[in-house]
Design a protein around this ligand. Structure first.
Ligand code: GDP
Length: 531
């Protein structure tokens, strides 16, 4: 394999993420996909989440307690002759910056919608991120085994709210809650019927009925579905690969992840429709072909995933060439070499050494203290991928060690969480090193900080919320202007780890007032997470 042509191997890779509002069924679907593809050899590989089965990608105590995904894992499995890499995204809005980073590392997203709820707040935000990043979206309408909304109405909602043309690839026969089966739109003369085996196997069994058999088995519903399909064809709601890849349309699938209904068709869609790894744009123009020398993007850094090892893992998406464990790569930010002696594939809590990885794959580099989120690694010709945008923080708090005797651990912990991107740490000219300002996109990030400081660094802290909600980047001139007007507008001046200035304001209104007074002082370089 080592000498395999990276372009040929990459063509077999599908790297994607599932995005959804919490509770739409992301964990259930992830599990169903992986089980379907036989990645999990037994249910024993799956462990608990809040008292019920969860996917192997939930590993932090806190995630389990809260039933949310704080950290991301990667599942790799085969389907047909393809290798699928499924990257987990945190479900909660407070971790949208992490989600953004994960979406920078995938080639496609599956947008999961609850049939009864339709588009929800977090679906909207995550979809915006996909659109912003140009990630094509496949839609899966889940929970069709329960009463819910009408299929056509859900399509209308996608079209009007997302300006995205829905093109069903499967269509439900029977309303939500009374599913008689699915039609594969490409083969409208057959009904795929799902029946549960007596004795209670969880997964429904799929069988194919002819049109005649379907008319007998599901008379009126079959007729109605046939009419709806006719209508969809007439209105041109038909999958078009180019449109989909350009982000103008989304192929839509229906099913019920919990009973494995429609999951195979979704997996087939990931294989057949989702794009393979493509050349990646470089900073300053041009792109890195898939078969160039190795390059990779660090999209996540996570410390202490394994209590026994106490190390730091950098998750790297391979973008071009072949990754081989032990190779020395260059970190574009510094031009310094980085040895990849300890490379792992990361699957939930389990690790196994990875020897070789290809474009689309994710490797975990252990002992990666020198690496940061957004880093480009490469061999051969220099590669620099565009930096990850920083989200504008909206929540601020001063952190202080609860126990002054543990100041050293406090400083070390805070610095590490800053480097991992768990929270942004700001130095203030008016506050010392023992009381940095923490800045977050969502307040739950503070909970993660408090939890990890206490449990990993044995340095419990106190957090005092600050009354700021707006951060704007500024420069030296802006900093001087801010110093002049500090008393007038009540703002504060802080510096990030890389030395840039951030001005904090209590409200947008105060930021605008300052801007009117000093029109050149503020620089717009942050992405707003909550527009
Ligand atoms: P997540 O928060 O998006 O990861 O959602 P979960 O996978 O934890 O699912 C939330 C709840 O919805 C759980 O109680 C699941 O059992 C349930 N659920 C998931 N998929 C389905 C489905 O297809 N049908 C039904 N009826 N319930 C489902």
């Amino acid at each position: 394999m080592t000498n395999a042509d990276p372009a040929a191997v990459a063509a077999r890779r599908r790297t994607f993420a599932v995005i959804s509002h919490p509770d739409a069924g992301k964990s259930t679907l992830t599990e169903a996909l992986a089980l379907h593809a036989r990645a999990l050899t037994s249910a024993g590989a799956v462990h608990g989440k809040g008292g019920r089965r969860g996917v192997a990608s939930d590993w932090m105590e806190m995630e389990q307690a809260r039933g949310i995904s704080v950290t991301s894992a990667v599942l790799q499995f085969d389907h047909r002759d393809r290798v699928l890499n499924l990257l987990d995204t945190p479900g909660h809005a407070d971790f949208s910056e992490d989600t953004y980073r994960v979406l920078a590392a995938v080639d496609c997203a599956v947008m999961l919608i609850d049939a009864a709820k339709g588009l929800e707040e977090q679906t909207r935000k995550l979809f915006d991120v996909c659109r912003h990043r140009g990630v094509p979206v496949i839609t899966f309408v889940n929970k069709w085994d329960r009463p819910g909304r009408e299929a056509l109405e859900l399509l209308d909602e996608i079209e009007s709210e997302f300006k995205l043309k829905p093109t069903p690839v499967t269509w439900p026969v029977g309303i939500a809650g009374e599913l008689r089966g699915l039609v594969d739109v490409r083969d409208p003369g057959h009904l795929l019927r799902y029946t549960r085996t007596p004795g209670g196997a969880k997964e429904a069994v799929e069988e194919t009925l002819t049109a005649e058999q379907a008319a007998v088995a599901a008379g009126p519903e079959w007729e109605q579905a046939s009419e709806e399909l006719e209508l969809l064809r007439e209105t041109g709601a038909v999958h078009d690969q180019e449109d989909f890849l350009a982000g103008n349309s989304t192929p839509v699938f229906f099913g019920a992840a919990v009973s494995n209904i429609g999951v195979r068709l979704l997996l087939d869609a990931v294989v057949d429709l989702a794009p393979a790894p493509a050349p990646r744009p470089l900073l300053g123009g041009g792109e890195r072909p898939v078969d160039a020398a190795f390059s990779g993007l660090v999209f996540k850094v996570q410390a202490n995933m394994d209590r026994a090892h106490r190390d730091r893992i950098a998750f790297v998406r391979v973008c071009s060439g072949v990754f081989e464990r032990g190779m020395t790569v260059t970190r574009a930010a510094t031009g310094k070499p980085f040895a990849t002696k300890y490379a792992h594939s990361v699957f939930g809590q389990d690790r196994s050494s990875v020897e070789t990885a290809y474009p689309g794959d994710v490797v975990g580099l252990v002992n990666a203290n020198a690496l940061r989120v957004g880093d480009t690694l490469y061999t051969g010709a220099r590669a620099d991928f565009p930096p990850m945008p920083t989200f504008a923080p909206e929540h601020f708090a001063v952190a202080r060690p609860s126990d002054i005797g543990r100041s050293k651990q406090f400083r070390r912990g805070i610095a590490q969480l800053d480097e991992e991107g768990v929270v942004q740490v700001l130095a203030s000219d008016r506050r010392g090193e023992q009381s940095p300002v923490l800045a977050a996109v969502g307040p739950m990030q503070f909970d993660v900080v408090a939890h990890r400081m206490e449990n990993e660094f044995s340095a419990p802290l106190r957090l005092e919320p600050l009354a700021y909600s707006v951060a704007r980047v500024t420069d030296k001139a802006g900093a001087e202007a801010l110093n002049l007007s500090r008393l007038v507008h009540g703002e504060a001046l802080t510096r990030t780890r890389d030395g840039s200035w951030l001005a904090l304001f209590p409200s947008r209104w105060q930021a605008s007032a300052f801007e009117r007074e000093f029109p050149d002082a503020l620089l717009e370089t942050l992405v707003a997470a909550h527009e």
